[in-house]
Design a protein around this ligand. Structure first.
Ligand code: GLA
Length: 523
């Protein structure tokens, strides 16, 4: 081997490809033309894509036909002397200030109204990466039942409390707390990592964790070592919904089978699959939604690993009528819940009309629990939990399990409520009566019993009641037999006498009874 002398001219020749664009950029400043496609990336924060058009020193984003405008609305501004300044027209009033590093990269600080500035970079990408073309969907068929989730899934999900600001250590601590608090004993099993764990794909197209989630397999192993199961999150679209800076994280679009294989290889037991940017690729029809969800449903089955399939497309196209066909075990029936009374009141009572669509293995999902997140009173959280259990809803806690008050624990772990939710023979809850803000809901339970919820949706205390003979016991009238009733929040028996029962129910509150035949099964 000969070692060539390292003359200055050789060095210059070697470095030229690296340095030239950089030097040109510095010298050229505003002469760089940013027309084309760009990705705005923030470390561990997701990505958003844009198309720019430049004319002289003016730069503007190009609206994408058929796609909703980005969260920042359109962007417009200038590129002057190597400095980019763009302002968004959307409600976030986002401003991007950048310094051109080279023709393909601009270091950017992004500032949205009322938020801390975020550092990231605009990087030039291909059109295909920025706005991928539509791929064909499979022909519709019924995906075989995976046999999972015979009762509504119970667990914890990161989103309601942490959004996408969390990491591997947080998730491990939640697993620890789920065991230490007694929640796992009470039936909570799945620890679900929602949006925020991925940084994109490696050179082979495999989806990978980001700096906050360096080793998804090790995380799954840890959660399993606690006797729990673990869930992950992705989207049928190219990106998920909302990263730290407004863009989303990597979705499974075009990589459905590959991602299902990765999730299985890491040992995941549950996938929440969130529509998000799929709306920029597919239409709103039932066929489009069904096809996109079927694609992943089939991919999950093909891995051979049992994984609960949680569909999240907010109830579009009456998903409760066809969600099971895609292999879905649960499907969101609503837009996102919030930690406010108005949210759970609106979502909870809107579920009554579709309560008949639940069956073992396939559940309506009115979204995850907010109990313990601080935005509602204990009374309101008891109403939230009561409604969700009467509805046979999945019980995915959404609070910080490490710092639960005794009151929060008593709501999330009320065994009588959980028993209603987890009844192996789920009968739909129905409205027995409604007057003003008062509602009486009834649900038949296994063991010849009924759950009766007296709900006060108003602000002031109200007298709410029902007639005992409105409960149609399968063994016939109770006249010659006696009924017994238990108040499931007071944990005390209720006297059964006269024709009816009336209670004073506090504003936004509930009285929940379990009524059965004295000496009968179930008590
Ligand atoms: C959607 C879903 C939420 C959560 C977020 C993450 O809004 O409905 O449950 O997963 O996306 O961005």
């Amino acid at each position: 081997m000969t070692i060539s002398p390292f003359t200055p001219s050789r060095l210059a020749a070697r470095m030229a490809p690296v340095l030239l664009p950089f030097l040109c950029a510095l010298a050229a400043g505003a002469q760089i033309d940013v027309t084309g496609y760009w990705a705005f990336r923030v470390k561990d924060g997701g990505v958003s894509y844009m198309q720019f058009e430049q004319s002289g020193e003016s730069v503007a984003s190009v609206p994408q036909t058929g796609r909703p405008p980005g969260r920042d609305g359109s962007l417009a501004g200038t590129l002057h002397d190597g400095k980019l300044h763009l302002a968004g027209t959307g409600p976030r009033q986002t401003v991007y200030d950048g310094v051109v590093e080279n023709p393909n990269r601009i270091a950017v600080t992004m500032q949205s109204a009322g938020r801390d500035p975020i550092k990231g970079a605009l990087e030039r990408v291909t059109r295909e990466e920025a706005f991928p073309a539509r791929l064909p969907l499979p022909e519709l068929r019924d995906v075989p039942d995976n046999g999972l989730a015979r009762t509504p899934p119970m667990g914890w999900n990161s989103w309601n409390k942490f959004a996408d600001v969390f990491d591997d250590a947080t998730v491990r601590q939640m697993a620890d707390a789920m065991v230490a608090s007694g929640m796992s004993q009470a039936g909570y099993t799945y620890i679900v990592v929602d949006e925020g764990w991925t940084s994109g794909r490696d050179a082979q197209g495999n989806i990978i964790g980001n700096g906050e989630f360096p080793d998804m397999k090790a995380l799954a192993d840890y959660v399993h070592s606690k006797g729990l199961k673990i869930g992950i999150y992705s989207s049928p679209g190219p990106q998920s919904c909302s990263g730290k800076m407004g863009g989303g994280y990597q979705g499974s679009y075009g990589h459905e089978e590959q991602d299902a294989r990765s999730f299985a290889a890491w040992g995941f037991d549950y996938l929440k699959y969130d529509w998000c940017s799929a709306g920029e690729i597919y239409g709103r029809s039932r066929e489009e939604h069904q096809g996109a969800y079927q694609k992943m449903g089939e991919a999950l089955l093909k891995t051979g690993r049992p994984m609960v399939y949680s569909m999240c497309q907010y109830g579009v196209a009456d998903v409760w009528k066809w969600g099971a066909k895609t292999g879905g075990n649960l499907w969101r029936t609503t837009i996102d819940i919030a930690d406010r009374w108005e949210s759970i009141d609106r979502i909870g009572f809107a579920q009554l009309d579709i309560a008949g669509y639940v069956q073992p293995g396939h559940w309506n999902d009115p979204d995850m629990l907010e109990v313990g997140n601080g935005g509602m009173t204990a009374e309101e959280y008891r109403t939230h939990m009561s409604l969700w259990c009467l509805l046979s809803a999945p019980l995915m806690a959404g609070n910080d399990l490490r710092t639960m008050s005794e009151e929060t624990k008593s709501i999330l772990m009320n065994p009588d409520l959980i028993a209603i939710d987890q009844d192996r023979d789920p009968k739909p809850v129905a409205r027995l009566a409604q007057q003003g803000a008062s509602e009486v809901l009834v649900r038949p339970l296994s063991g010849n019993a009924f759950a009766v919820g007296l709900f006060n949706r108003g602000n002031q205390p109200a007298e709410i009641g029902f007639r005992w003979d409105a409960l149609k016991f399968s063994t016939g009238l109770y006249g010659f037999r006696r009924l017994q009733a238990q108040d499931l929040w007071k944990h005390a028996p209720v006297e059964v006498s006269g024709d009816s029962y009336t209670a004073t129910v506090p504003g936004h509150g509930v009285v929940l009874l379990r009524v059965s035949i004295a000496g009968g099964r179930g008590f």
